[in-house]
Design a protein around this ligand. Structure first.
Ligand code: AMP
Ligand code: MG
Length: 424
């Protein structure tokens, strides 16, 4: 991975127009450009493959449906036997159910009572739905004109052709895909191995849950929000706890973590305070990029490699941790997982608030997106937006993404939102 020489100038908080600062998009591009998908796969029963990424194209072992069959309950006959005008009487020679093929012959003037999904015998090519048929007695029906050859029929292979690529490498398997695999009789699939992700929090002020807070101390929350975000993305999680602001300890933990991980994440210690050691340690033991990103929150981002592991030094502020995880770590994880879809979907929404903003940085405001009475997506902010105010994330279901060049937003303007999930 090519690494730039570390940037010596420090990011300032009041000058967003530094020439060496990167846009969010440029940083994401740089991060994913050098990541190759993990080259190992697992063979899993299809139930266990839910949410995982397909390692190899899946070719269909058969046609689906495997035989021409009726799409409706009705009467099956040969189209050439249908009347061109008026009505015609047919003898009903058998009833054909799904799974019970009819093996007899059909003469002119004969038809079959047929159920949805039942296999069509060779002699018939058309199904007339029962609502269009007049039943005369037990063995006779009358059918009128105006029907089309091949109506109400599902043809062999119309959904999936034998040997066609049904699911492509890089596809994240969802519920429908499990159904598709089952419909092909496929029991097991190859998926990319899960990335191994280690993470720890840094800071002398941090206490773990169960410990008593002394004066000036706070509970470590980042490890929990990171655990939550990682749990949503099918990775092996290694929680390494809290590490003090002690260079030896930090270095040792980073090296151990890198030795058995594909990705190492830390939070805190990446700004320019006296106890911010992550940057110099990474310069010593790995390759480092320190970027000033034109974004808010989450400005300085440390990214690099320790041995073969990718390293992200996330900021300490709880909201900034979450924003930078979603914007930078998640695309990297998706790339490692072999996924073809690595960027979040953005949707337009009507802003319900006036929002003050100066051009320069991309802002990720925490928002609640809903549909209004006309069915149009709208979004309001979740109150105060400081990067330490984690309840702003808790209340939100979306980021409102205000691009770098955007100035203030007025109520009623269209803004873009990134939904956290599909739930309201
Ligand atoms: P730092 O970048 O280490 O100076 O941290 C920035 C801010 O985030 C400080 O107010 C820290 O106390 C806070 N912070 C850092 N790590 C955590 C954490 N794991 N949980 C909660 N707050 C944190
Ligand atoms: Mg700190």
């Amino acid at each position: 991975m090519p690494m730039n020489t570390p940037t010596q100038s420090q990011p300032s908080c009041n000058d967003p127009s530094e020439p060496d600062a990167l846009t969010v998009d440029a940083a994401v591009d740089k991060i994913v450009a050098d990541i190759n998908p993990i080259s190992a796969f697992e063979q899993l029963p299809i139930r266990d493959s839910l949410g995982r990424v397909l390692f190899a194209d899946l070719h269909s072992p058969m046609d689906v449906p495997g035989h021409h069959n009726s799409a409706m309950d009705g009467y099956a006959l040969a189209a050439e036997d249908l009347p061109e005008s008026g009505r015609k009487s047919f003898e009903v020679v058998a009833t054909v159910f799904a799974g019970q093929p009819f093996s007899g012959d059909l003469k002119k003037g004969q038809c079959l009572r047929i159920m949805t999904g039942a296999m069509l015998p060779d002699a018939v090519d058309t199904v007339v739905i029962q609502e269009d048929v007049q039943r005369i007695d037990e063995t006779r029906v009358e059918i009128g004109a105006g029907h089309r050859k091949h109506q109400n029929i599902r043809f062999r292979g119309e959904d999936i052709r034998k040997d066609a690529v049904v699911l492509a490498r890089g596809k994240t398997l969802r519920a429908a895909d499990l159904g598709v695999l089952a419909s092909l009789g496929v029991n097991e699939v190859q998926v990319f191995r899960k990335p191994h992700v280690s993470f720890f929090s840094t800071g002398d002020e941090l206490k773990s849950l169960g410990e008593t807070l002394d004066k000036g101390e706070i509970y470590d929350s980042n490890r929990y929000s990171l655990f939550g975000m990682l749990s949503d993305c099918k990775v092996e999680i290694f929680d390494l706890g809290v590490v003090r602001d002690d260079p030896q300890q930090l270095q040792k933990t980073l090296q151990q973590a890198a030795a058995h991980s594909d990705v190492v994440l830390t939070s805190g210690g990446v700004s320019v305070g006296d106890a911010d050691y992550i940057k110099p340690i990474l310069q010593q033991i790995g390759q480092m990029e320190f970027w000033k990103i034109l974004m808010k929150p989450g400005r300085p981002l440390t990214f690099g490699k320790i041995d073969k592991a990718l390293f992200f030094g996330l900021p300490g502020n709880p909201v900034a941790v979450m924003v930078t995880f979603y914007q930078f770590v998640l695309p990297a994880l998706k790339r490692l997982q072999g996924s073809e879809q690595i960027l979040p979907l953005q949707l337009p929404a009507v802003a319900l608030d006036d929002i003050r903003k100066t051009p320069g940085r991309k802002e990720f405001q925490r928002a609640v997106a809903t549909l209004n009475e006309q069915g149009v997506l709208q979004a309001r902010l979740t109150g105060r937006q400081g990067s330490g105010i984690l309840t702003s994330m808790s209340e939100a279901n979306a980021f409102m993404v205000l691009p770098e060049q955007s100035g203030s937003i007025q109520k009623g303007d269209t803004v873009m939102v990134e939904l956290f999930t599909n739930y309201r």
